[in-house]
Design a binder for this molecule. Structure first.
Ligand code: HEM
Length: 134
C-alpha cells in the first residue's frame, strides 16, 4: 500500500499556486497601463519599479515555496525545524509583495523589508540545516 504523503509543507504547495495566480493577476493589472511610458511616474520611477518587483516576487516566492514542498517530500523523518521553515517561507512570501506595495507609496517604510528578508534568510538556513543533517 502506498504511504500517505507527509502533511508537513502542504501549506507551501497551496501557497505556491495561490501566489502563481496572484502573479498572473498583478501582471494583468500592470498590463492595463504599462504601454504608457509616464505611467506611475515612468518606467524607471521608484513606484513603478516596486510595482514590478512586487509582481515578480509573487513568482519568485511561489517557486521557493514549491521547492520547499518538494524538498520536504524527500525527507525520511522531517525534523522539528521543518514547520518553522514552512511558515517562514509563507510569511516571507506574503510580506515581500506587501512591502513593495507599501514602499511604492511611502518610501520611508523601507525598513519594513527587514520582515521578508529575515524570514526568508532564516527559512533557507533552516532548510539547509535540515537537508544537510539527513
Ligand atoms: C498573466 C501573465 C503575466 C502578465 C499579464 C504579465 C504582465 C507584465 C507587465 C505588463 C509587465 C511590465 C510592467 C511595467 O511596464 O512596469 C511585466 C513585467 C515583468 N514580468 Fe510579468 N506578466 C505575466 C507573467 C510573468 C511571469 C510568469 C514572469 C516570470 C516568472 C514575469 C516576470 C516579469 C518580469 C521579470 C518583469 C519585468 C521586466 C522588465 O523589467 O522589463 N511575468 N509583466
Amino acid at each position: 500500500m502506498p504511504s500517505a504523503p507527509p502533511l508537513a509543507a502542504h501549506v507551501n504547495l497551496v501557497f505556491a499556486w495561490l501566489w502563481i495566480l496572484m502573479g498572473f493577476l498583478t501582471g494583468a493589472l500592470l498590463g492595463t497601463g504599462f504601454q504608457r511610458s509616464e505611467w506611475l511616474g515612468g518606467y524607471d520611477s521608484l513606484r513603478r519599479r516596486l510595482y514590478r518587483l512586487g509582481h515578480i516576487s509573487f513568482f519568485g516566492l511561489a517557486t521557493m515555496n514549491l521547492l520547499f514542498y518538494f524538498t520536504v517530500q524527500t525527507l525520511a523523518a522531517p525534523g522539528p525545524v521543518v514547520p518553522a521553515a514552512s511558515w517562514l517561507f509563507v510569511i516571507g512570501g506574503i510580506s515581500m509583495p506587501l512591502c513593495c506595495l507599501v514602499m511604492a507609496h511611502a518610501e520611508r517604510m523601507k525598513p519594513l523589508f527587514v520582515v521578508p528578508v529575515t524570514s526568508l534568510i532564516t527559512a533557507a538556513a533552516l532548510t539547509l540545516w535540515e537537508v544537510a543533517r539527513t
